[in-house]
Design a protein around this ligand. Structure first.
Ligand code: XMP
Length: 432
């Protein structure tokens, strides 16, 4: 690891990622650690130049008042605190990112003397070496969904280990319209990667039959995914590693000691106990915008790098409650219409994520002079930098009307279209 690092210690703040991102924006690498990290663990981390301890309301974590340990305070490393009155140097957390950056700039450069050497070229070089050291001459299996994260992992691993990388694209029956075909075309035909295509739609849909709890659905999909890979690996033989497109928000939101779990993200949860693989997760310390920058630096085309994110459990978390074929098709078809109409107006370049949801309740309508009792489609469109918070952009009324008309005319069993205006927080981006 070549980069200098500033460690952000989480003392119950909700702004840890803002602080870590602000430090990275200064060109210095930063990681978030729990408040009770031991000095020996800190010493094992490479090139730590300073510590920012990040307090919150009353510094309470899981109902317990937390304090900075004496050994960390006496480590000899410069320590800066936000919202922690007991700190040696303490400042209230400013509201705007610009102010946070200004405050941190002095600390990071004047007191810690950190070198601003955090950039994608260094990151990629570090990761290539790390992967080569970890993997040796063994083979690595990659779950290639075709989304931004797994595509960037594929490009990075192709650079690091070439044909030792075996990509497996599993069609779990919850992909968007035309997606499996496109993944095969781009990766197998254009990039020359080792790619195995597995159609497991039936298997996933039967496992999910009748399951309505969102967490249970996520766990089933995650666990089934891993099993499919295990089976592929056994067929292939000699596979010891599993690569994943886990990114930093997946880890932070899946719950650390100090951050409560929001939802079990597909890339982290669901690993069975008898798992035989060691994990290769080269992007696990990157925020989403950094993953895109990494993809660009690796030479991936913009169309792949700036594609909107798509969750691992796919349309499964957008077909709410117990999945049925009828509603799943309604999600898939309405999503295809929304994507087409957004692209036709260039909104695919300005809106970060946009999709449709079909809930598991019906409403009354009237079609062809007769009563209908059918499903609603909900349109969701959000802008965000890192998916930790999100805002709903103002969209041209005309596009919403066109999408509504098309969905009502073209998608069977749908009689109503709604638009979700909720920001994150209080809502999350996905509905499940
Ligand atoms: P939420 O719903 O948590 O979503 O606000 C934040 C971002 O993460 C995506 N998402 C996932 N991505 N595996 C993923 O790789 C998952 O299980 C998963 N669940 C949500 C979501 O689409 C949004 O961009």
């Amino acid at each position: 690891m070549k980069q200098d690092m500033i460690v952000v210690l989480d003392l119950g703040s909700t702004r840890n990622t803002d602080v870590a991102r602000a430090i990275r924006a200064l060109g210095v690498y930063s990681e978030i650690c729990n408040y009770d990290i031991r000095l020996e663990e800190l010493k094992k981390m490479p090139n730590v130049r300073g510590i920012v301890a990040n307090g919150g309301p009353n510094n309470v974590v899981e109902g317990k008042k937390v304090v900075l340990s004496q050994e960390v305070l006496e480590s000899g490393l410069p320590v800066f605190t936000f919202d922690y009155p007991e700190g040696p140097e303490n400042v209230s957390m400013p509201q705007s990112d610009e102010e946070i950056a200004q405050v941190l700039k002095k600390f990071v450069f004047d007191q810690c003397h950190a070198t601003p050497n955090w950039n994608m070229e260094n990151f990629i070089q570090d990761q290539i070496e790390a992967v080569q050291n970890q993997v040796g001459d063994k083979k690595v299996l990659l779950a290639l969904s075709g989304g931004v994260d797994s595509s960037v992992v594929a490009a990075l691993l192709l650079k690091a280990i070439g044909q030792q990388l075996v990509c497996v694209h599993v069609n779990h029956g919850l992909l968007r319209k035309g997606e499996p075909e496109q993944v095969v075309k781009v990766f197998r035909e254009e990039l020359g990667a080792n790619l195995i295509y597995v159609d497991a739609s039936q298997r996933f849909l039967s496992k999910l039959e009748g399951v309505s709890d969102p967490e249970e659905k996520r766990k089933i999909i995650g666990a089934e995914f891993i099993r499919v890979f295990e089976e592929e690996a056994r067929k292939l033989q000699g596979i010891e590693f599993l690569a994943q497109g886990t990114i930093y928000p997946d880890i932070v939101e899946s719950g650390t000691k100090t951050a409560k779990m929001v939802k079990s993200h597909h890339n982290v949860g669901g690993l069975p106990d008898d798992l035989k693989f060691d994990l290769v997760e080269p992007l696990k310390m990157l925020f989403k915008d950094e993953v895109r920058a990494c993809g660009v630096a690796l030479g991936l085309p913009d169309s792949m790098v700036y594609r909107q994110p798509f969750p691992g459990p796919g349309l499964g978390v957008r077909c709410l409650g117990a999945i049925t074929r009828e509603r799943l098709e309604a999600v898939r078809e309405s999503d295809a219409i929304l994507r087409k109409e957004f692209a036709a107006r260039g909104l695919d370049k300005t809106v970060w994520q946009y999709f449709t949801i079909v809930p598991d309740f019906r409403s009354v309508g009237v079609r062809d002079h007769a009563r209908s009792f059918d499903w609603p489609v909900i349109i969701r469109a959000v802008n965000t930098v890192d998916a930790m918070t999100a805002q709903v952009p103002q969209l041209p009324w005309e596009v919403l009307q066109t999408v509504t008309e098309r969905i009502l005319q073209e998608v069977p069993h749908v009689n109503r279209v709604c638009f979700d205006l909720s920001p994150k927080p209080i809502a999350t981006i996905e509905w499940e």
